[in-house]
Design a protein around this ligand. Structure first.
Ligand SMILES: O=P(O)(O)OC[C@H]1O[C@H](O[C@H]2O[C@H](CO)[C@@H](O)[C@H](O)[C@H]2O)[C@H](O)[C@@H](O)[C@@H]1O
Length: 202
């Protein structure tokens, strides 16, 4: 998350493709005073509702494999257990939702999601790591409010094949291959589409 122009409320950019009829009353869209961009103001209650909906669907498929104590602990003292020390500095985002919401205040929010073990359950056959319709709907919903990207070790095409949401950005091959959202590209020229869709990694 990066600092942004908001004063008391989070300020989120909304894709222009979202019809105003779909916007709940706690979300308003206004022309940004300093540019032609449309800026969406979302209430804290709505922010919690939208993100909480995604987390609710995501929690069961998220991998929570606690490493064996034997592989990490050198002795009986908790203080010596590297896994616990690591957790203290890198707590689970799913268990830190309140802190994340608090620190989102006044920031522009973008959402970066992993695919395997986050949006899909871990299964034996990688070709069958399907995303549930509920998960797809939850991700589609958050993408109405925040720029949303999936970053994966898989190829970009494979992740798109599973997810099938044009409104997202996709980074495949651990970020080496990036495709921006193509949801609003229909009206653009072929040159513009090429520039927008295929961004070389730097
Ligand atoms: O960066 P990610 O989106 O987390 O991708 C990492 C790897 O995901 C896939 O493998 C993992 O999921 C498989 C399906 O559930 C599972 O069978 C495998 O054990 C997991 O490691 C994918 O097959 C790999 O190519 C990705 O690098």
């Amino acid at each position: 998350m990066s600092d942004h122009v908001a004063q008391s409320q989070p300020v989120l950019s909304m894709p222009s493709s979202v019809p105003s009829t779909l916007m709940p009353s706690s979300v308003t869209s206004k022309r940004h005073p300093c540019s032609s961009a449309s800026v969406t103001y979302i209430s804290r209650r709505k922010l919690v509702e939208v993100v909480d909906g995604l987390l609710g669907v995501m929690t069961p498929s998220s991998t929570h494999i606690k490493p064996s104590v034997h592989s990490f602990s050198d002795g009986p003292s908790d203080e010596l257990c590297p896994y616990k020390a690591w957790l203290a500095t890198c707590p689970s985002a799913l268990a830190s939702f309140d802190r994340i919401i608090a620190s989102a205040q006044g920031k522009k929010i973008a959402l970066f999601l992993d695919y395997d073990g986050t949006l899909s359950p871990i299964v034996n056959d990688p070709e069958k790591a399907f995303m549930s319709p509920e998960m797809r709907a939850a991700v589609k919903n958050v993408a109405k409010f925040f720029p949303t990207a999936i970053v994966s070790g898989r190829s970009r095409d494979k992740v798109f094949e599973f997810v099938q949401l044009k409104e997202l950005c996709y980074a495949g091959s651990h970020g080496m291959d990036i495709m921006l959202s193509s949801a609003d590209s229909e009206s653009k020229t072929e040159d513009d589409k090429e520039t927008k869709l295929f961004q070389p990694a730097s």
